[in-house]
Design a protein around this ligand. Structure first.
Ligand code: ZN
Length: 162
């Protein structure tokens, strides 16, 4: 396992559509392990493969609810409700912006053995899943935000919202 370098806004990797994972390999497993390590080290609640320069449809999400997940080739099945809150991104350091998203999401994904699996999320978990899935389409949260990026104040750090 290793910490990978997180690409920041302006890096072309963050604006590309990612390709599906066709088979699980040792490399892919290492990538997923590294993505968790990199996310935890950066105190994020999610990370998508393009953020570490790999243009594949993989995300990891852990909103500290005891249920970390890997999303491989995820697809949205259902969304309901609406939530509006500040959002941040490890690839847009020091910034936040208010984003309105569904309050609930259900997604179809593959697990580490490439078997189909379904995940649900509500509140922050839904927000994190949808944010990470946007990365797979080359979309940053600023593209969906209700306002321009703001500087992150000391007292409202994104990490503290966990
Ligand atoms: Zn992000």
């Amino acid at each position: 396992m290793a910490i990978r370098q997180i690409r920041v806004i302006g890096d072309p990797c963050l604006n590309k559509t990612c390709k599906p994972v066709v088979k699980m390999s040792q490399n892919m497993k290492e990538l997923i392990g590294d993505m968790f390590d990199t996310m935890y080290e950066a105190k994020g609640v999610g990370l998508a493969a393009p953020q570490v320069g790999i243009l594949r449809r993989i995300c990891v999400v852990d909103v500290m609810d005891g249920d970390p997940i890997v999303l491989i080739n995820p697809e949205i099945i259902e969304t309901t409700g609406e939530q509006t809150d500040d959002e941040g991104c490890l690839s847009v350091p020091g910034k936040v912006a208010e984003v309105t998203r569904p309050d609930y999401v259900r997604v179809r994904s593959l697990d580490m053995d490439m078997n189909p699996v379904t995940y649900e999320g509500e509140g922050l978990r839904a927000r994190a899943i949808l944010h990470e899935m946007d990365h797979l389409e080359g979309v940053l949260y600023g593209d969906r935000a209700n306002e321009p990026y703001r500087d992150l104040d000391e007292e409202e750090e994104w990490e503290e919202e966990e």
